[in-house]
Design a protein around this ligand. Structure first.
Ligand code: DX5
Ligand code: ZN
Length: 238
């Protein structure tokens, strides 16, 4: 399972340094929360900031667009060399057009689901969806407590996608991910986690936090592999 630090939780007065630390820590990508002050209350980054971030790191950029005018606002970010752009299904009157526009720009298309939004809302656009970004907190604020039911939802979405042949669709959990709960999420078949305050903390360096998260994930995945090997052992086959 991959790790994407959420850069809005970095030290914004030292963003360049924190990006270097994130890359040195071995993170897999950088999650960038864009807030429009409308779909969610706050404002964060605009296109100029994302362009500067693109220049400052070679990690893939994962843009989470919290905007109620996704088609209008995505135009600012799509040409910047980002890897993924996710829009909220709740905010989009035409999700198919949004996803098609993202893909036409050569960017991976993601759909973000709020805690109260069921998987069924994606039914008509699964073939266009590269990433399902499952919010495990209500979007808009960092440092919230994770909603356990959303992690269970992520697990069942991962299983459903696999069962229906969409095994290349990436399932991501965003919000409330910490060293203490990342093992539980890894055990549910999720492909990537986004973590903000779980990685940018006062009592630990970015490198130490990412390493500890990896250790927790690795321990879970070792147990799973071991269980898989046991199940596949000829003596244990039915
Ligand atoms: C919430 C954002 C999250 C947030 C995560 O609106 O989408 O990406 O930065 O922060 P933590 O990990 O502190 O919940
Ligand atoms: Zn996010």
């Amino acid at each position: 399972m991959q790790i994407s630090p959420s850069i809005m939780c970095a030290d914004l007065m030292n963003l360049g340094n924190d990006l270097i630390e994130v890359e040195k820590a071995g993170a897999d990508s950088v999650h960038i929360d864009i807030m429009d002050g409308h779909l969610v209350p706050g404002f964060t980054f605009g296109g100029d900031m994302v362009r500067r971030m693109r220049d400052a790191t070679s990690l893939p950029l994962d843009v989470h667009l919290m905007s109620d005018a996704p088609l209008t606002h995505m135009a600012e970010f799509l040409p910047l060399g980002i890897e993924t752009l996710s829009v909220h299904v709740e905010a989009s009157t035409d999700i198919v057009r949004c996803l098609s526009t993202i893909k036409a720009a050569g960017v991976r298309a993601g759909v973000a689901l709020n805690p109260g939004t069921p998987f069924g809302h994606l039914e008509e656009c699964l073939g266009l969806t590269d990433v399902v970004l499952i919010m495990a907190v209500c979007p808009g604020f960092i440092g919230q407590k994770q909603i356990a039911a959303c992690v269970a939802k992520a697990g069942s979405i991962a299983r459903e996608l696999k069962a229906r042949g969409y095994s290349r669709t990436e399932v991501v959990v965003d919000g409330g991910v910490k060293i203490e709960n990342v093992a539980r999420i890894a055990s549910d078949g999720v492909h990537r986690v986004v973590s903000g305050t779980g990685i940018f903390r006062k009592d630990m360096s970015i490198g130490a936090a990412v390493a500890e998260m990896r250790r927790q994930i690795g321990a879970t995945q070792d147990v799973q592999q071991h269980a898989g090997r046991r199940l596949n052992h000829p003596e244990n086959r039915a």
